[in-house]
Design a protein around this ligand. Structure first.
Ligand SMILES: *Cc1c(COP(=O)(O)O)cnc(C)c1O
Length: 400
């Protein structure tokens, strides 16, 4: 199922490009995860946590009215209904349980829009672990409700200056902290990116989405869907729903954020070139000198210049097709789902919805599963600003 040739590689992509001092920690983490994943009591703890704390299984919802509008059959995997409102909690609770099992009490995480920080803070509170979250100073300003949530959940939040004061500097600071305290620290990464073994750990923890969806769909319909569609930032919700379908005759589509124009998007797979970012070899958005280029998307969770290494391999093999939707088409899909189905989707998930609409226009009568990775409540300020024409405190030029 994984296209790994060497451990930690997906074809030529992946690997570990980290300071010498972290090598031993990554090897320790790999061994600890493999042992935990074979251990029935760890799996039982994780299953109980997913059921009673996270709220799994999430429903696979048949969007009947939307299907009527779009001319196909649309099913939504409802990750928006999980505790804290997005799929990120699946990974956060799994890694927090792993940290506890490894005897690490000090959790360090980075966050962009704050969703991963909130999920990590919640998981740490539940397990009695200390939690330090690094967040770009600009992101702290524009995502104040999530900063407040993290603090109320007992986490310490460290605003990071430097660079464009967003996710990239936060990751740098989190890695710096880990390098300074490697033995007692567990670095809880929020997407299917980073050095081996993180892309594999995150995929396995997020695969619960695809395992449930495949089972729920085939039980209900007696077959598999024609297509599965998910948005791609770092790629964790997408690889989580794709993984159990990789060997099936099901079309898989990852949707990147095109922003407001081709130059401003975050389309790492469409416009990037292979390179090293944050510990792994993968497609990266970079200029001619290899400098990381600025990204923009209305969806903060998609606003990242890298992507998980397995997606790079799946692009090159052609098994997954990667498509682009813009701020505008995502917003249109946001409004359609809200009015037609009574569900406010996250702006990230709205990119997947926008592509589903386009796909069904060209493939009449097909059946699709869209991963509804999160709920849209966090995005209301930028959506309201867009629809009134006023500049958003968290949108527009300062988001670039
Ligand atoms: C963070 C986030 C994403 C993007 O992250 P992936 O790792 O690509 O899944 C997508 N949707 C929501 C709701 C998010 O919070």
């Amino acid at each position: 199922m994984t296209t790994t040739m060497k451990p930690g590689r997906f074809g030529v992509f992946g690997g570990r490009y980290v300071p010498e001092t972290l090598m031993a920690n990554l090897i320790e983490l790999e061994a600890a995860f493999e042992a935990a994943w074979e251990d029935k009591s760890f799996k039982a703890d994780l299953a109980a946590t997913l059921a009673d704390f996270v709220g799994r299984p999430t429903p696979l919802y048949f969007a009947e009215r939307l299907s009527g509008e779009w001319g196909g059959r649309v099913f939504l995997k409802r990750e928006d209904l999980t505790h804290t409102g997005a799929h990120k909690i699946n990974n956060a609770v799994g890694q927090a349980l792993l940290a506890k099992r490894m005897g690490k009490q000090r959790i360090v995480a980075e966050t962009g829009a704050g969703q991963h920080g909130v999920a990590t803070a919640a998981a740490c509170a539940r397990l009695g672990l200390s939690c330090r979250v690094y967040m770009g100073a600009l992101d702290c300003e524009r995502q104040q409700p999530n900063v407040a949530r993290m603090k109320l959940l007992g986490a310490e939040v460290f605003p990071c200056e430097g660079g464009t004061r967003n996710l990239k500097v936060a990751i740098n600071e989190a890695i710096r902290d880990w390098v300074a305290h490697p033995n007692e620290t567990y670095y809880l990464l929020g997407s299917a990116v980073g050095p081996h073994p993180y892309p594999t750990i995150v995929r396995e923890l997020q695969s619960v989405i695809g395992i449930e969806a495949r089972e729920q769909f085939s039980r209900r319909e007696g077959k598999l869907p024609d297509a599965v569609i998910a948005c791609v930032g770092g790629g964790s919700n997408a690889i989580g729903i794709f993984a159990p379908f990789l060997d099936d005759k099901v079309a898989l589509f990852g949707v990147e954020a095109g922003g407001d124009s081709p130059q401003h998007g975050s389309c790492t797979l469409a416009h990037g070139r292979p390179g090293v970012l944050h510990g792994a070899f993968s497609y990266v958005l970079q200029d001619g000198d290899g400098q990381i280029t600025g990204t923009h998307s209305i969806a903060p969770g998609l606003d990242y210049p890298g992507v998980g290494p397995q997606h790079s391999a799946l692009k090159d093999s052609g098994r997954v097709r990667y498509e682009i939707e813009t701020d505008e088409t995502a917003l249109a899909a946001f409004h359609e789902l809200s009015r037609i189905e009574g569900i406010l989707p996250a702006l990230e998930s709205s990119h997947a919805l926008a592509f589903a609409r386009r796909y069904l226009r060209e493939n009449k009568g097909k059946t699709v599963i869209v991963n509804l990775s999160g709920r849209g409540d966090k995005d209301l300020p930028s959506i309201m600003a867009r629809s009134t024409g006023l500049p958003a405190r968290d949108g527009g030029a300062n988001a670039r």
